[in-house]
Write a protein that binds this ligand. Sequence first.
Ligand SMILES: Nc1ncnc2c1ncn2[C@@H]1O[C@H](COP(=O)(O)OP(=O)(O)OP(=O)(O)O)[C@@H](O)[C@H]1O
Ligand SMILES: [Mg+2]
Length: 276
Amino acid sequence: MHACKTFYYIRPHRVIDLDSQSRDNQKISLELLNQKKYMKILCYPIPKTEEFKRRLKELETLNVTEIEFTGTKQVCSIPVLGKGYVGIVVKAHRKNQKIALKIRRIDSNRQSMEHEAEMLRKANSVNVGPKLIGATKNFLLMEYIEGILLSDWLRILEGKSTRNRLRHVLRSILEQGWKLDKMGLDHGELSHAPKHIIIKPNDTPYLVDFETASISRHVSNVTSLCQYLFIGSPLAQLIQRKLDVIKRDNLVNALRSYKKNRIRRNFQAVLEKCGL
Ligand SMILES: Nc1ncnc2c1ncn2[C@@H]1O[C@H](COP(=O)(O)OP(=O)(O)OP(=O)(O)O)[C@@H](O)[C@H]1O
Ligand SMILES: [Mg+2]
């Protein structure tokens, strides 16, 4: 076996090599980052020398030693883990520690990453989300979740254990929603979450991206997740094809009771109506 590679085990005979998805991944130390192509990633979408220098200093204070350009998405032909409206997420290193680094886009409507860091810290307190490592105005450092997005995982899930594995993953996702509901933290983007649930090779799901999370809003994590996973999305249809068909009306009623009174018993009724 290749010691330094990351393989994604789906079934014994079916293996995805995550590294092969971007063969040209490169580890670049901070000193070598000041090439135009990398400046574009650090100061996306408009590279500016002064801003770049400030950002480099921030990375130093966070003890980031290298950035590794790898991943299935591309920005200016450079592989990255993800790209959104707020940030670009890249794999990075702090000496021997692998981390995920979210870089605030220059054109983002957020002034800093501090709010997201605060929300992630709260989620972490109930063991939800990648572990927060540090944050500055322009960067958020967190645990690197080596895995694939839920929709991709679903598409390649097959074989005898499909139903059990899927049930286990869906249940764990809803349990995380319950933990967040219970503590009063609303994630905010779970009713349509194609980019916000990552599954690790050991079938552990992670909710990511707490930048629109709030502790002052009405919480709707469980209801939003049910909407996305069981009621109204193409993904819900795909899930239904792999599991026993559920009665939508029963689930909607259970969710109504749960919304009125967010207690464990009502949450368990929701799980039951989801067939979990
Ligand atoms: N901790 C992590 N480990 C590995 N990959 C991650 C991690 N956090 C985010 N990603 C990847 O980066 C992508 C973008 O992250 P995120 O959703 O936080 O960015 P964003 O700018 O807020 O995006 P959007 O505007 O779509 O909400 C995710 O969909 C995921 O694929
Ligand atoms: Mg976001």
